[in-house]
Write a protein that binds this ligand. Structure first.
Ligand SMILES: Cc1cc2nc3c(=O)[nH]c(=O)nc-3n(C[C@H](O)[C@H](O)[C@H](O)COP(=O)(O)O)c2cc1C
Length: 206
């Protein structure tokens, strides 16, 4: 795979209002570092949780945090209210979609095809076009409704990758817990990375 942003189709990345904004920040850092083109959509509550859970209070602050120059080469930001934006159409090329973190509200909307926001419509399109859809849900405990919606998405072809880090590497920091999940997301998205640790010390990582 080329390292040039121009030869790869964008990954649609959505941040919604489940707890776990640090996962989204780390994911964007890694995608921008890999120079992977990104179509970014942040729901209203996605921004609210970013403000609550990190020191970042705006999309501009997120851009500065990741690195403005590299961000501008990789990231295109779309308004979640604009259901006519490029990610709303299957004719717009993409290499798949990641929703990280993903609220149970958005999980429900995708499972039922309601598409009332750009995030929901882009996920609907990703499934109908048979492109990879990775959702990173976070809620506890889970109701029967949540579980049925997650099963519906799994049966529709989505990868349900809960924000549930493992402890078998004996993490000593929040950053390690965050990297545990983001590394799994990047693996499933087919994006090369050097974060996290692989059990058994495989590949070129610790
Ligand atoms: C502080 C805070 C934490 C929340 N945590 C979660 C969560 O972990 N999981 C979840 O499904 N919803 C959570 N919610 C509720 C969602 O933000 C809410 O259902 C919202 O409507 C989701 O909309 P969105 O998917 O368009 O972002 C939280 C809300 C707040 C204000």
């Amino acid at each position: 795979m080329s390292s040039s942003t121009s030869t790869r189709h964008p990954l649609v990345v959505a941040i919604t209002g489940a707890s776990g904004a640090p996962y989204a920040v780390r994911l964007l850092e890694q995608l921008v570092a890999a120079r992977h083109p990104v179509s970014l959509i942040i729901s209203g509550h996605g921004l609210r949780l970013l403000q609550t859970e990190t020191e970042l209070d705006s999309v501009e602050a997120l851009r500065e945090h990741v690195g403005a120059a590299a961000w501008d080469e990789s990231v295109t930001v779309y308004d979640d209210k604009d259901r006519g934006a490029a990610p709303a159409s299957g004719s717009a090329r993409s290499s798949g979609m990641i929703i990280c973190p993903c609220s149970m509200g958005t999980i429900s909307a995708i499972a039922h095809g309601s598409s009332r926001s750009l995030v929901e419509r882009a996920a609907d399109v990703t499934l109908k076009e048979r492109r990879p859809l990775i959702v990173v849900p976070r809620e506890t405990p889970l109701s029967a409704i949540h579980l049925e919606n997650l099963l519906t998405l799994t049966r529709a072809g989505a990868i349900v990758l809960p924000a549930a880090p493992g402890f078998y590497h004996r993490p000593t920091s929040i950053d390690e817990l965050v990297d545990f999940i983001v590394a799994r997301v990047l693996d499933h998205a087919g994006v090369e990375h050097q974060i996290g640790r692989r059990w058994g010390g495989g590949d070129d990582q610790e």
